[in-house]
Design a protein around this ligand. Structure first.
Ligand code: SF4
Length: 211
């Protein structure tokens, strides 16, 4: 597995916001979103090959229950991802896999965090297949305008997921853009009874590497 970085921080997004977690960020992604807040991990050239055993050893240095496998896009390493999940499950870690949901996740995390991209790549059947998994699920959708937010709500209408696990997030890789996006998206969420999804790491550290 090609790893961009591993670090300890608090989860910045979704239902586990604020929970101390070990982050494993893989290098490489199959999409190229213009607002990507981890652009430094988009290419496989942005990381180094690490054996699963070394990744697990690094995780074990920290006394935290939650481990977040993120990217880049973790599912571009399907076989390694399966082995890593098995190893971490055997250590009783609560694994979150963060994925753009363009590839089915064939392993057993505690939480599957789907971030399908409205216009870059929306794989409806794969999203539904991922939502049929038995683990906890959440969907976070980045939107850049009211029209996009309305489109997102329409697309997820028939998805099988609890409403409180659906987040609309501002299209923002910087603190300034996040604040500007929240200014219209928070009222939109209130008026449409849908959960607003902030990015703590962008607000606190302006999406700085390793935090
Ligand atoms: S899918 Fe995620 S990691 Fe990949 S380019 Fe888009 S925002 Fe960045």
């Amino acid at each position: 597995m090609i790893i961009n970085e591993m670090f300890l921080s608090v989860q910045g997004e979704g239902i586990y916001t604020g929970i101390p977690s070990m982050f494993i960020r893989v290098a490489g992604c199959n999409l190229d979103c213009p607002w990507c807040d981890s652009a430094y991990a988009k290419s496989q050239e942005d990381g180094n090959e690490m054996p699963i055993s070394s990744i697990v050893d690094e995780v074990q240095k920290y006394d935290v229950e939650h481990v977040v496998i993120t990217g880049g896009e973790p599912t571009i390493y399907p076989e390694e991802l399966k082995v890593l999940c098995n190893e971490l499950n055997s250590l009783n870690k609560k694994i979150t896999i963060e994925t753009n949901s363009t590839i089915f996740v064939d392993c057993n995390p505690h939480l599957l965090s789907l971030s399908p991209k409205l216009y870059q790549c929306w794989e409806e059947e794969i999203i539904k297949k991922n939502l049929s998994k038995k683990c906890k699920k959440q969907i976070k959708i980045v939107v850049g305008s009211i029209e996009e937010a309305l489109d997102a709500l329409k697309r997820i209408e028939n998805f099988d997921i609890e409403k409180e696990n659906i987040f609309l997030m501002p299209n923002a890789a910087t603190r300034e853009k996040h604040i500007r996006g929240a200014a219209w998206l928070v009222p939109f969420c209130c008026n449409n009874n849908v959960r607003f999804g902030g990015r703590l790491q962008t607000l606190l550290w302006n999406s700085e590497h390793g935090k």
